[in-house]
Structures are given as structure tokens and as C-alpha cells.
Design a protein around this ligand. Sequence first.
Ligand code: TNX
Length: 515
Amino acid sequence: LVIVLAAALAACVPGGQNGDTVTLPALVPLPASVDTTAGAPFRFTDETVIDGEKDAAAALTALLEARTGIPGATGDEPGIVLRIERGGAPESYELVANEASIVVTGADAAGLFYGVQTLGQLVRPDGGSWIVPAVRIADAPRFAYRGVMLDVARHFQTVDTIKAYIDRASGLKFNALHLHLSDDQSWRLQLASRPLLTELSSSSSVGGDPGGFYTKADYADIVAYASAHHMMVVPEFDMPGHTHAITLAYPELMEEPVIDDHMRDIAATHGGDLPVNGVDYEGMAVGFSSLKIHDEATYDFVADVFGELAGITPGPYLHFGGDESLATSDEDFDVFVSRVSEIISNLGKTPVAWHEAGSAAGLADDTVGQYWGYMTPTDGMDDKARAFAQVILSPADAIYLDMKPTAASDLGLTWANGPTSVERSYSWEPADIVPGASILGVEAPMWTETITNLDDIDRMAFPRIASAAEAAWSPATTESDLRTWDSFRERVGAMGPLWTSLGIGFASSDEIPWA
Ligand code: TNX
């Protein structure tokens, strides 16, 4: 049950009607329940000690040091208690702050971690010292799956960049990192079963920029770092389309590309270049490549790459793409996604696919669909999404973080009704997108045709990633008076100093009243 003390809070919104100096604890994503109990704030001193769970204490110490400059306290005043008390909803926590102490209680390690992130947002300067306002928060996520996707195929991103994105996303209570590991431009994961993939197909990126790949040790490092931040890795090998790079290494698996007027059109609107067999593809066109559907060698390849991936991926999901397979006939597409979803299922993993795969009659029953259509569905995309047992919502005109944030942006694309303002990224309700679907969660994808490094990622993701975080975590708009654009922009504005102290190069959007 979600209880929001909206009346108490509404009066406290900074800049609210009564101009009160008592300010709403500015939190993003909005917690399920916040009670601003009147009372003096908790005030940090040199002696304030963090007591309790070791990992959470380390995370909080780092967060406090970044925000306040105060290194881990060495005193003996027990001020902050971090503990786990089993029994509550998964990932939930309670936070009680008053003059005497701050107590954060997680129902599990993830819940405690999220309580620590909330605490980090509550800390603010006050008369030369740092305080946390008196508050009582009870919080739990709306959706079990809260994802961000990073396309490392169009532009290679270093392990350090991925870790920095994990820092950012986990701070907003996302728990899934979807890595788009292959596309027409490249294959990024080294595999013992198919070594030619990275030997021959990893050195390219869009526009001729440098490529790269992850060794298995790199991948293990990413998985471990994500896990320490309570995120699972959801790896994707995209097929049967988006596979030009595979066919550089294994040309025998390639269906001859169809270069017709439609294709020339797509290439022209996506940045020019048409593909050439056997040559790295550095353009931005989609939909020209396909693996052979009626050749067992293709399924041997699928079994090899997903088999090996299953062995190094502790999370339950393996994503096999399936989007924009414009060079594969509908019948062939059905055959392919049915077989591949079954191969993944038989590996003991849950297959995930973009919503196009929902049309296939033989799709494995447990396959999760990822919807990338618009907030108002077109072309029957919602029907395809409804065919899956569960869906992840990624409405492209709301939370595709690679859409230009403003018309003047030098980075980003515009095909999904772009530019996408912060207000548009916020103004949607998950339950309204594909009515009747069972919603597993929400994911904000970052495609990287125009995005080369962490600075670009920060500038495109922030602040719109906060909209996705709130859609994924916070109560439905119908259940909270604070799930409004006005409240959100105030709360995001208050994140400015924290984000700056964490080194996040957010775009200082003029839609947000930055603190
Ligand atoms: C569409 S939507 C794609 C990607 C592109 C992206 C660019 C979807 C599942 N696929 O191949 O990178 O647009 O915004």
C-alpha cells in the first residue's frame, strides 16, 4: 500500500504558494511515502560516526565526502545507523532522521543501498555546517525492473565509462544495466567459442572512430561492479538483423543484403553510407543485414555465443535483439526468433527481445518484450508488445536518451519526434502506454551513434534520466499529488549541487530551476 502524505508536502514545495522557508526534501525519484516530521534537523559534526553494515557505510562515506568534503568521521558520536531487517518488500527501506540520529533500515542489502542514496540527496548546507532535515521516509519500488541501456556497439565505451554510468544509474535506484554488445558496426565481447568476432569485427565505430572490445575479465569486472551497486547486467547480442559485423567474421552466415530504394532511403536519412560486404560498417543506417535463417550453421553460432554468455552472466536475462529486421521476411523472422528464444530458455535464462518478436507464434513463453514504440502506439506495436508474458517499457519519444534534448543540441538524433524536452520525458504514465500488458518495468536506452564518451553520455542522459527513474520507481501519477511536472522540476533542480559534486556533467536545461 502506497501512502503519500501529499498534503503535508505540498505546502513545503520550495517556491510553493505560501513561500515557506521549510522546503520539501527534494528527492528523485520520489519515494512512496515522505513525512516531514516537524523538528530540528540532524546536524553533522566532526565526531559523527556511521555505524552498521560495512558496504552501505562505505557507500555513504564516499557519498558524504563527495558532497560535503568531510572525510569519514573518526569520532565516537554514534549518529548514523545503517542496518538490514529482513521481512519487508524487496529493495524497500525506511529512513528516520531527527536531531538525535539518522537510522536507515533496509529490507535487504539493495534496500539499504537505496536508503543511502536517498540520504545522500537529503544532505544540505546550513549555516556553515551540514544537516539532514527531520523526516520519516518509507520507500519501495513500483517496478521490479528499472533499467538503463548503453549501446557500446555504435561507439565503444571504456570499462571506466560503464562503471561511471553504473554509479549514476544506481544513485537513481536503477537496478538493471542493459549492454547492447553487437550491431552492424561491431561485436564487442570476446568469446572463446567464436574468437573471430572480436579479432575481425570489433575495431570499428560509427564515423570511423576507434573501436574496442571487452575481454571476459573486463566483462566479469563490469558484472561485479554492477552487482556491488545492486544492478544486474542484461547483455544483448542483436539478431537476426543488425548483424553486418558478425558476417565480417563469419561470412558464411550472411544473407545477401537487400539494397533497394527503401534501404537507400533509410541510409540517406540515417547518415549516408550504404554497407559493403566484408568491410567495416561506419554509417548509421539500420535494417539492411540478416543472418541466414534456413541454415543450421546459424543456430550453431547462436548456441555458441549465447551458451558462453549464459556461463558468464549471473543475472536471469539474455537479450537477443530482434528489432528492425527489415531484411528478413516475416515468415523467416518467426522461425528465427522462435528458435533463438528456445535456445536461450533451454540455457536456463529468460529471453528478452525488442517488441517486434511478439508477432512470432513460436516464441518461447517466458520471453520478455521490450517496447520501443511511442507513448501513443502506432503500427500495431502495442499488439506485438501485448503478446509477451511481460514487457519492459522504453517509449522512444519519452525516454530514448539519444534524442536531441533541444533543437540546437550538437549531439543526438530526432527520429522519435525529437527533440525531446525534459518535460516530455517526464509526462507519461507507464500503465497508459500498452494497456493490458503486464509491466515488468521501465528502461531508458542510450543509443550511441552520435555519442562517443562519458561527457556526451552525461550531457544527453541528465537530467532526462531522472524522468525514467521516477517512472520506474515512484508511485503512479494517480497515486501521488507530487508526481507532477512542477514538483519534479523543483526536485531535479535541487539535485544540481549533488550531481556537480559527483562529477556528473549534466546539461543545465533551462526547463529546470537549478539550485
Ligand atoms: C532504433 S528502436 C534502434 C537502434 C538505433 C536507434 C537510434 C530500436 C530497437 N533500434 O538501432 O540505434 O533507433 O535512436
